[in-house]
Ligand binder design. Structure first.
Ligand SMILES: C[S@@+](CC[C@H](N)C(=O)[O-])C[C@H]1O[C@@H](n2cnc3c(N)ncnc32)[C@H](O)[C@@H]1O
Length: 311
């Protein structure tokens, strides 16, 4: 984090979704960019429209740093950037009907079938949009891949909640993103899809408003600790899964550390849990202080379940 005023760390919040009016300190409209890259587009828009608040999502730390430098140079106060999967963030951090516009410029298409689950514009994405966009709010997708625009078009149509406009080929855009310039140099066609929300849908969010730090206290059988390494746990409806990748013993503190990977539906996280003895003979299991996952149902369940298994 080089300029903390531009970066929001959502894991540090205890209530979801956020009150964006409070975060920005005004009641301005809200636009969201998914995959902002090096931040050219979001900083251009935010400088031009000071009366609109912008939130950007990105997965690349390098891009995040570059984008923050741009915002600093322009001294912008109407942008917050988040390092997080855009689909997860759109679902969890925005309340119903709070966003005026969502834009995605040149998403990674994930061509291969085996990677298609990573595509953002899958059916569930339009369900999320149908909840978080205001009525008449827009989603704009710009891509150099015609099939990708068509897939998004079909998914939006199928959802039945949007007015879906015809895909435009080589639309006139007042600002060209880095990838747009790159593809235009190679004489590639550019495709734009715009959809407007007409009806509200429904979604189930993972994060709630009581996200306390999960922890468990119990008597355990210490000899069971290393036996659970490599074990996979699935709940009965398979919404939550976790695996204990490794178990370490801390020499100094008589404590143990578990490296865990958990998944809630399509969202995975890595984190560490620490297990240490109390004076009364019981043990405490909780998130390690260095580890900051979202406290999703799978994370909470992993703490409870591991303690149960060790009892
Ligand atoms: C092809 S680049 C386009 C960057 C920029 N929008 C542009 O047009 O120049 C795609 C960007 O999306 C980001 N990205 C990919 N999947 C993402 C996800 N699930 N959530 C947030 N950002 C993502 C990548 O890190 C990358 O910076």
């Amino acid at each position: 984090m080089i300029y903390p005023e531009f970066e929001l760390k959502p894991q540090l919040f205890s209530r979801y979704p956020f009150d964006w009016n409070k975060i920005f300190g005004n009641l301005n409209r809200l636009h969201v960019e998914l995959g902002f890259g090096n931040g050219e587009y979001i900083s251009y828009c935010a400088e031009k429209n000071k009366d609109i608040n912008y939130v950007g999502f990105e997965l690349s730390i390098t891009s995040m740093v570059k984008a923050q430098r741009k915002l600093k140079r322009k001294n912008l106060e109407n942008v917050k950037l988040i390092l997080c999967d855009a689909k997860f963030g759109l679902r969890e951090f925005f309340s119903d009907e709070s966003i005026d516009k969502v834009i995605m410029n040149f998403p990674v298409p994930w061509y291969k079938n085996s990677q298609s689950h990573r595509r953002i514009i899958i059916k569930e994405f339009f369900e999320i949009l149908s909840v978080v966009l205001k009525i008449d709010g827009e989603f704009e997708l710009v891509t150099d891949q015609e099939w990708y625009a068509k897939e998004a078009y079909e998914n939006a149509q199928e959802s039945g909640k949007f007015k879906v406009y015809k895909i435009e080929r080589n639309p006139k855009r007042e600002f060209l993103t880095r990838y747009e310039k790159k593809w235009l140099k190679f004489n590639r066609d550019i495709f734009r899809l715009i959809v407007k929300k007409e009806k509200k849908g429904s979604i189930i969010r993972l994060l709630g408003s009581d996200d306390v730090m999960p922890h468990a206290i119990s008597r355990i059988s210490e000899e069971k600790i290393f036996d659970i390494k490599g074990k996979i746990f699935k709940d009965k409806d398979k919404d939550k899964v976790f695996v204990i990748k490794n178990v370490y013993k801390e020499l100094k503190n008589n404590a143990y550390i578990f490296k865990v990977i958990s998944s809630d539906r399509d969202f995975s996280q890595h984190y560490f849990l620490v297990l240490y003895p109390k004076d009364d003979g019981r043990w405490v299991l909780k998130l390690d202080s260095e580890s900051n996952p979202y406290r999703t149902p799978a994370v909470k369940w992993s703490v409870k379940k591991i303690m149960e298994v060790l009892e």
